[in-house]
Ligand binder design. Sequence first.
Ligand code: AMP
Length: 194
Amino acid sequence: MTTNPTAAKAQSELALPLSTEKSDWLKSTIRDIPDFPKPGIIFKDITTLLKDPVAFKYAIDVICEHIRPMNVEYIVGIEARGFILGSVVAYNLNKGFIPIRKPNKLPHKVEKVSYDLEYGTDTVEIHMDAVAKGQRVALVDDLLATGGTAAAAYKLLEKLGAEVATIGFITELAFLDGRKKMPKDVDVFSLISY
Ligand code: AMP
């Protein structure tokens, strides 16, 4: 609780869910690229958000304030845009950062999980010694679409015995129902939703 009205306003502006005004503004900083990487996909390009210092700081601040009270030891980011967000969140919260990568990129022994795509499969990997059993982590990525990637990342952390406190995204494509693939007992958040 704060008694300072300016601080209270700043705090509420960072709380989830965002106001329609804040959410619409954040949406306006993300660029739609039709038919990328395949026909029919509208790619949500966050490079324009990252380039805007006010939007970038605001998005990071919202994520940090959401994760701050959860007492996690590490922020885990999914390659590649989850690295950009996750490392800044980790730095701000004084936590360590752990990468989850595409296959054959991590140099040490890995744990891996494969998951189905529309055509074929994909795999994510984490260093076997990245997290110790029982350590609390927050998982972040830029976007939740069908949920396959985040669900596989969650499974990796589960294999290592980590306790996942929250799974967070800037953007959620709610019409793809990715939340259905998220673990039921874990906090899941997004800043904006389509
Ligand atoms: P999914 O596994 O379907 O939830 O897809 C999530 C992953 O794919 C995230 O790492 C996103 O960066 C990327 N992704 C999927 N769909 C899109 C999209 N329409 N725009 C931008 N990134 C996307």
